[in-house]
Design a protein around this ligand. Structure first.
Ligand code: PAF
Length: 271
């Protein structure tokens, strides 16, 4: 890895890093392409990080499609693929000595419903950035809260990497692209569109004032479509403070997480 980074440094070329857990789809590839278009040396990692799964079944069932991943990365012009083993990433075992002080961000939404998840994300991204101290880190907006958490971790650790957040890519019917979509059967895949429809419903119905009816209507829409909903929330897009009332000015984001069978999907939309 050092050799690649040194070569880029010698040419004064910036480095762009795309961390992934594999099962790549066009959303991931768009991150590689954006980094490429900016002239960066592009490094992608594929590592299904055990420490960020609060649900053992989710970890066991996480899709692995390495040959197709490599093929897509080659076609997109990715320069370096980092494919570490668990022992390479965690030579001293999975338990982390570092606790990341994420504060409020870890108490809401994904932080609340997936205890320990963001500590695991910080642990792996911190370690990855130790191995690949890239100038830019490319992340997808689909993981809205994760982007905020990683930004916070980078600040806490005083790292030099700048985050670039790229838009969520969607299927023609609106479903946000996600590796977990591969696990939906035909019936579930048809129903899954209701997540983005619900976010669109919030966006088009938003009015200044009380938000509680809008939120409960949105939850009902998902539950009626066969989801088991963890949350539908509207939050300040800068701080993620949850909102029950809108002043008509604050920039908001609607976020949701819901299960279809045993597949948990998340999505968000800036309002
Ligand atoms: O978003 C993901 O795929 C993962 O959380 C990440 C950032 C690669 C860390 O394992």
């Amino acid at each position: 890895m050092n050799l690649f980074l040194q070569k880029a440094g010698a040419k004064q070329q910036k480095t762009g890093f795309v961390p992934t857990m594999g099962a790549l789809h066009p959303g991931h590839i768009s991150l590689v392409e954006t980094a490429k278009q900016r002239g960066h040396l592009v490094i992608c990692s594929i590592f299904v990080n055990p420490t960020q799964f609060n649900d053992a079944k989710d970890f066991q069932n996480y899709p692995i499609t390495i040959e197709s991943d490599i093929d897509q990365l080659e076609k997109a012009g990715c320069d370096v693929l980092f494919l570490p083993s668990v022992s390479e990433m965690y030579p001293n075992g999975l338990a982390s000595k570092t606790h990341y002080e994420l504060g409020y961000l870890e108490t809401v939404l994904e932080g609340k419903y997936r205890p320990g998840h963001f500590q695991g994300v910080c642990q792996v991204v911190h370690r990855l950035l130790g191995i690949i101290p890239a100038d830019f880190l490319y992340l997808g907006q689909k993981d809205f809260q994760q982007c905020m958490v990683i930004k916070k971790m980078i600040g806490l650790q005083g790292l030099k990497t700048t985050i670039v957040i790229c838009p969520t890519l969607r299927e023609p019917d609106g479903l946000a692209m996600s590796s977990r979509n591969m696990r939906l059967d035909e019936k579930a895949r048809t129903r899954a569109v209701e997540i983005s429809s619900t976010l669109n419903y919030i966006k088009t119905s938003l009015q200044p004032g009380d938000l509680s009816i809008l939120k409960s209507n949105a939850i009902k829409k998902l539950n009626d479509a066969g989801f088991k909903t963890d949350y539908v929330e509207i939050a300040d897009a800068e701080t993620l403070a949850l909102k029950d009332h809108w002043d008509g000015k604050t920039k908001l984001v609607a976020l949701c997480a819901a299960f279809l069978g045993d597949v948990r999907l998340i999505d968000n939309m800036l309002l």
